[in-house]
Write a protein that binds this ligand. Structure first.
Ligand code: GLN
Length: 535
């Protein structure tokens, strides 16, 4: 029978609920339980795919093509399990289902209401995750902060689950803030007391408090929180700020929060198999070297817009005991700059990740050109691959007008173009080419050297493709198409063998990198960048 852990947040957003949920999942998995994770996002968008990355951060894509919140990336990186469409549920998805059912007449005769129709749909999503994953424990994070109007139907659904399943099968972790008042030099419990009061007003008593605090809390403070919030003292857990998020599971392990959960569930406390994670932390805390990687993008003001890319760079760095310092380069600002030598002075490698729309693309093309002609290791991802092809077509093959129909719908040189089956699509949401597609790798290429296999599966999120009409001329000029989707005859990987390390993929390798298992494309890019070290 599946047990359920719910992670809520109080006081303010951004307390690290996602990392808390992921860390609990890692520990329960380490104790030999099958875990599954999901996130509830109370906004009305059906998925985050249509949101601006500067507002919302990166869109993470699951293997089955679900566009999800970036916390799903944390989940996959921590528990090393592939999640799926049942892992990210928004109010938009719930309302859509309820309204479609109403139109079909499935509630015939009833007045359709938030309780029970919307709440039942939410409960179904929790139970469905348990059934389809066959997990021992499902961990569900609820986005937003307790007290938000948007999340109230989710909280009511969870209250019902707690009632239906009982305390032996449900565990509520409330993540909260203990602010430090400078001047008086005190930690304050009142915001936590108030947010727990809000939660209890909605019928839920949390089983544990995870207290985000800049310094460890005192016994006195824990006693106070315990008494005022009706939470046993040993279940009041400090989450002191850390330098590196991968440290948090170990901190929780030392505070025995996994044992507290398992005890309540009346499940055996198996031996925790976390040596591999402790080794990772040792590596991360003891990086011998450092390099700078320039990341050229237009959403650089919010680093979370490139979260998985940044993490993937770090993971590869761990393998080589090297700290990766990312130089966030705004592609739009690059457009007016002449002296790129200055911008990339310390860059041992250059990466151009994905993106949408025409703003800033000429700056990215300039960066790609700089990497190509100066033999700087380069990795392009999705839009980064499309622009690498455009740069090569323009500056090596002499096709001066080469561009993508994404930027110029009536161009004479549509070297990147819409796929035929995309041309009739009118809806923007959920209609990109999404999720896993196979790719066949050509032998004797850099891609083959990286992957060491011919058949790979990688995740996608794009609408435009390389236009095969230009393949011959690019090949004649030295570009190699080293990865192809044979079913649809689509280019997946390009490279330039005359360059020390120039490779780009149409898919997103960053979604499959793990802290202890860097992705092959990031691994070789970082290795080449270390060999080319500038500072
Ligand atoms: N905008 C491009 C496309 O839709 C690239 C997308 C991306 O980089 N994720 O094809």
């Amino acid at each position: 029978m599946t047990k359920y852990v719910f992670v809520t947040g109080g006081v303010v957003s951004g307390l690290g609920k996602g990392i808390t949920a992921s860390s609990l999942a890692l520990l329960l998995k380490a104790r030999n339980y099958k875990v599954f994770m999901q996130k509830f996002d109370p906004y009305i968008n059906v998925d985050p795919g249509t949101m601006n990355p500067i507002q919302h951060g990166e869109v993470f894509v699951t293997y089955d093509g679900c566009e999800t919140d970036l916390d799903l990336g944390h989940y996959e990186r921590f528990i090393d399990e592939e999640l799926n469409y049942t892992s990210n549920i928004t109010s938009g998805k719930i309302f859509k289902t309820v309204i479609e059912k109403e139109r079909k007449g499935e509630y015939l005769g009833a007045t359709v209401q938030m309780v029970p129709h919307v709440t039942n749909e939410i409960k179904n999503k929790v139970y469905e995750a348990g059934i389809s994953s066959k997990a021992d424990i499902v961990i569900t994070e609820i986005g937003g902060t307790i007290g938000d109007i948007e999340s109230s139907s989710f909280i009511e659904a969870l209250r019902q689950i707690q009632y239906e399943q009982g305390e032996k099968n449900t565990f509520f972790v409330h993540t909260t803030l203990i602010p430090y008042i400078y001047g008086s030099g005190e930690l304050k419990t009142k915001p936590t007391q108030n947010s727990v009061k809000d939660l209890r007003n909605m019928g839920i008593r949390p089983n544990a408090l995870v207290c985000r605090t800049p310094i460890p809390t005192s016994e006195n403070l824990k006693n106070k929180l315990s008494l005022y919030c009706s939470v046993p003292k040993e279940n009041v857990i400090d989450a002191v700020d850390v330098k590196n998020i991968y440290q948090i599971p170990i901190n929780f392990y030392n505070k025995k929060i996994d044992e507290i959960i398992l005890k309540q569930f009346e499940l055996p406390i198996n031996k925790a198999n976390i040596k591999y994670w402790e080794d990772l932390i040792k590596t991360v805390d003891d990086l011998k070297d450092e390099i700078e990687i320039a990341l050229v993008g237009k959403y650089v003001e919010l680093h979370d817009a490139y979260l998985s890319v940044a993490e993937s760079l770090k993971h590869a760095g761990y393998k080589y005991k090297t700290k990766i310092n990312i130089n966030w380069v705004d592609s739009e600002e690059l457009e007016s700059k002449d002296n790129l030598e200055k911008v990339f002075k310390n860059a041992s490698g250059i990466i151009v990740p994905g993106g949408f729309g025409s703003r800033g693309i000429e700056g990215k093309i300039k960066a790609i050109n700089f990497a190509r002609i100066n033999n700087i290791p380069f990795l392009g991802i999705c839009l980064g691959m499309q622009l690498s092809v455009i740069e090569f077509a323009r500056n090596v093959c002499g096709i001066k007008e080469a561009t993508s129909t994404e930027f110029d719908a009536v161009t004479n040189e549509p070297i990147i173009d819409l796929m035929a089956d995309q041309k009739s699509i009118v809806n923007m949401g959920g209609t990109l080419r999404l999720g896993n597609y196979p790719c066949k790798i050509k032998k004797d290429t850099l891609a083959y050297k990286d992957y060491k296999q011919e058949n790979i599966l990688e995740r996608h999120r794009h609408r435009y493709e390389f236009n095969n009409k230009y393949k011959e001329i690019l090949e004649q000029n030295g570009m190699v198409f080293s990865g192809i989707n044979e079913d649809a005859n689509l280019v997946e990987i390009i490279e330039i063998p005359s360059h020390p390390h120039f490779i780009a993929s149409q898919f997103h390798p960053e979604f499959k990198s793990r802290p202890t298992k860097p992705h092959p494309l990031f691994d070789s890019f970082i290795k080449a960048s270390i060999d080319n070290k500038k500072i």
